[in-house]
Design a binder for this molecule. Sequence first.
Ligand code: BJ8
Length: 429
Amino acid sequence: MIEGKPDWYPMWKELGIDIEKHDQLLAVLPDVYKKVYIDSQKTRPKAMNFFEYIVGDIHGIRIKELKEAKEEGKIIVGTFCLFVPDEIIIALNGIGIGLCGGTNFSNFAVEGLLPTNVCPLIKSALGFAFGDICPYHKLTDILIGETTCDGKKKAWEIMAKNKSIYVLETPQCKNRKQAKEHYIQELKGLIYKLEDISGKKIDLNNLKDSMRLIKNKRNQLRRVYNTRKNNPPPISGKDTLLVSQIAFYDDPNRQIDMIGKLAEELEQRVQKGIGVVEKDAKRILISGTPMAIPNWKLHNIIETNGAIVVAEETCTGTRYFESEFETIEGDSIDDLLEIIADRYLGINCACFSPNNNRLEDIKRIVKEYNVDGVIFYTLAFCQPYEFETIMFEKILKEEGIRVLSITTDYSSEDEEQLKTRIEAFLETL
Ligand code: BJ8
């Protein structure tokens, strides 16, 4: 964590942050970060310094940048899902910020607003909004929700009491022709809404530019992931997770630069045989629900028990970058929206039925990354992923792939129990 940060209090006060609660929130982060990232890692890539700096000032420098961008006329758009394309937001002079919450600290603010049995990610995201503890949320001009899972769909109705929210209706059965047509219509609705707010018009040039930009960002993440296929991997799972989490809210141009620098260092490490663990350490794939900052619990348990996470089949992992535009050529906005729809509907989220391609993705990743064991990670009360875990676990086991299924939340109460289960699982590999 960084020392000598500027005094951000005037900025936070101006944004309407509850300073007392916010102080409590930020007071927890350095200790957790130190325990997870500093104390237990020795040979971290040097390029991680930048990501450490960014997370160390999580509500500071980036907030200042966003505030300035807003004053210059940009719109800030809060999102909660990969199915809301950054390309469209950026083409319309906007900045997209992923607002999913990864801590139960904010739960105090949603007591009585949400059912008890709601997934921690939804609870956390709403808690940050209603608790006045998230400067990113405060800066948004609009939020974009989606109808992926039941919890989110209903949560947006509650969120609407806090902030203007536009809901993108995402299809549920994506392998039908109508699904793509429907998604494209919904993207047009989103464009219309954002044009109205930003006062800008989408055109071929600005959309192609933003498609190139975001594709480039995904390319850099892909390069980092590719290096993890080596034995030993040149970067830990938790460092990669941090990079991916930051990619949801940092400036895309800077991310291209900094993730690119990290990828370069990792590629050199691979050539020199430098790894973060001993050769032949047990290699784990985590598959399941996304992990928002500061949800580092599972990675930390695995990696402090001698194993290494080599890939995440999650939205803060491979689902973020694997599906890609086949081309960025087109003579009309309709042509480009077709390409965008194909790319986004290539993301295999459990909210779709059926979702067999996710199983194929998992099997492929197991081979590509030379995985010894798969850990299914499901946030409590997330029905789509709970269902798929049960279905996929059986099939993978029949194919001889070692699997452990974990359902958890953001609390640390089950850490000891998880540790015991994971240790026992690692011994079987
Ligand atoms: S594309 S995974 S980001 S929907 S964990 S809120 S599904 S109950 S986050 Fe997701 Fe988009 Fe899919 Fe990715 Fe609901 Fe489950 Fe909670 Fe979830």
